[in-house]
Design a protein around this ligand. Sequence first.
Ligand SMILES: CC(=O)N[C@H]1[C@@H](OP(=O)(O)OP(=O)(O)OC[C@H]2O[C@@H](n3ccc(=O)[nH]c3=O)[C@H](O)[C@@H]2O)O[C@H](CO)[C@@H](O)[C@@H]1O[C@H](C)C(=O)N[C@@H](C)C(=O)N[C@H](CCC(=O)O)C(=O)O
Ligand SMILES: Nc1ncnc2c1ncn2[C@@H]1O[C@H](COP(=O)(O)OP(=O)(O)OP(=O)(O)O)[C@@H](O)[C@H]1O
Ligand SMILES: N[C@H](CCC[C@H](N)C(=O)O)C(=O)O
Ligand SMILES: [Mg+2]
Length: 472
Amino acid sequence: MEITGLTADSRQVKPGYLFVCLTGYTVDGHTFAAQAVKNGAVAVLSEQDLDVPATIVRVPDTRRAMAMLADRIFGSPTRELKVIGVTGTNGKTTTTHLIDKILRDRRKQTGLIGTIHMRIGDVIEEVKNTTPDAVDLQRSFRRMCDVNTDYAIIEVSSHALELGRVRGCDIHTAVFTNLTQDHLDYHKTMENYRYAKSLLFSQLGNHYDPNCLKTAVLNADDEASKLYATVTPARVVTYGIDQPADVQAKNIEITSKGTSFTAETFAGTIDLNLKLMGKFNVYNALAAMAVTLAEGVSLEDIKASLEAVAGVNGRFEAVDAGQPFAVLVDYSHTPDSLENALMTVKEFAKGNVFCIVGCGGDRDRTKRPIMAQIATKYADMTVLTSDNPRSEEPQAILADMLAGVRDVSAARYTAVTDRREAIHYAVSLAKPNDVILIAGKGHETYQIIKDQVLPFDDREVAREAIARYNQE
Ligand SMILES: CC(=O)N[C@H]1[C@@H](OP(=O)(O)OP(=O)(O)OC[C@H]2O[C@@H](n3ccc(=O)[nH]c3=O)[C@H](O)[C@@H]2O)O[C@H](CO)[C@@H](O)[C@@H]1O[C@H](C)C(=O)N[C@@H](C)C(=O)N[C@H](CCC(=O)O)C(=O)O
Ligand SMILES: Nc1ncnc2c1ncn2[C@@H]1O[C@H](COP(=O)(O)OP(=O)(O)OP(=O)(O)O)[C@@H](O)[C@H]1O
Ligand SMILES: N[C@H](CCC[C@H](N)C(=O)O)C(=O)O
Ligand SMILES: [Mg+2]
């Protein structure tokens, strides 16, 4: 029979569609099969026998089958694109944006999919997930082909890998940034988390194809790269700082204006002066450099593009409203990224460092005390607050964070549940030359409290607080 479309949401079914039953985290899609058929589904992909008047196709894993079908129904768009997939705990968004900048400057047509948004041609769209589900993903790839896109640069989250959202994608280059603690609510152990990320590399090309032209770009300074190098059939290009690598940074200097370093690469050596701050951004720049060198972009062109990047939305973004101290909004929401961000701030802060930080609800609980501990270790004053509490009680999340600072002097931290109040409080205490780091929400323009998505932007709230400070 002819299938006119594919969806896993009974509410989206149109006549002639195939409905995919997914066992979700909140509900079981199999219970919507009858609804889907009523809405016009002619076939149902299922993990169980179902009593509905449509053709039932039984498979052991509907999620993975859906990914393969999505690839087919949209005409295998990833065969017409060069897909660059970036995975890792931290740095995916930044690295994808750097790769995008370098390729666009070379007049390549690119598409981008990630945490901040999705861009197809010049059209920017909102996204719900960092990596969309297989059907949305393949549809987006097809739309990219329709506007003659050369490269699709995508963030691939560990959830996406675990749930098979990128199954069926023909990925050209896979990039690994780093692996540190996050998402243990979902993966349970670091071992599972490390394994989930390995799927991007093991699925890269075919072990039996001697002409495999795929590339795995790995961080030589991260232990997990050893596993990924072993499981991938692709050629491996490494980057790093401490360990020998194909693209290696030497003579790194970090200042309040940015970073400078010498890149020694298989294509030659070059000095770079980036506006991006922090050693972690040297890694992101090296990863972007390794990817684009492998695509044949010259070192000089890569340098010009990277040096022109002022920053990435919500990543170490300065809020400047005429105040005599610095305010930085950053998306550090993991222990490692928070530590990196604070270490960077400490390197240039002339006055006291304030850190405002919370932890998301319905997410890895075990990172909460660790993040509070890290904040108080580096900041002179920490204001523990809410991030996106989601379905959890903000106080309960704060209690988890406070468990990490029992041994810390009470003068070095406080808890202010309301994030707006927390920001106002820190700003009211700041003195000239201090630095306030507002961590965790970066580019987000909302706060999720229970089932409400309320407007909230750290940068706007900081401006509001600074305006009050300047008046007083
Ligand atoms: C845990 C997880 O990944 N959940 C994703 C999943 O939702 P779910 O399994 O809860 O779905 P569900 O609501 O139980 O529904 C089950 C099935 O019934 C169907 N249904 C439901 C209702 C109905 O009336 N009819 C119907 O057919 C649904 O369409 C679905 O197919 O499928 C949804 C649709 O694709 C996703 O949007 C959703 O992501 C949620 C929003 C989420 O928060 N995901 C996070 C954990 C995530 O994936 N994060 C990573 C980034 C992490 C990082 O930064 O590193 C990401 O890639 O975004
Ligand atoms: N290479 C890196 N190593 C460690 N920390 C980093 C790195 N790059 C960025 N960070 C820190 O992590 C934060 C998030 O960076 P970015 O958004 O690029 O990561 P991400 O992997 O896309 O995160 P998410 O999983 O939420 O999508 C930044 O604000 C910065 O503090
Ligand atoms: N993609 C990450 C983003 C976390 C951002 C932070 N603000 C939070 O809400 O925890 C996640 O879903 O875990
Ligand atoms: Mg991201």
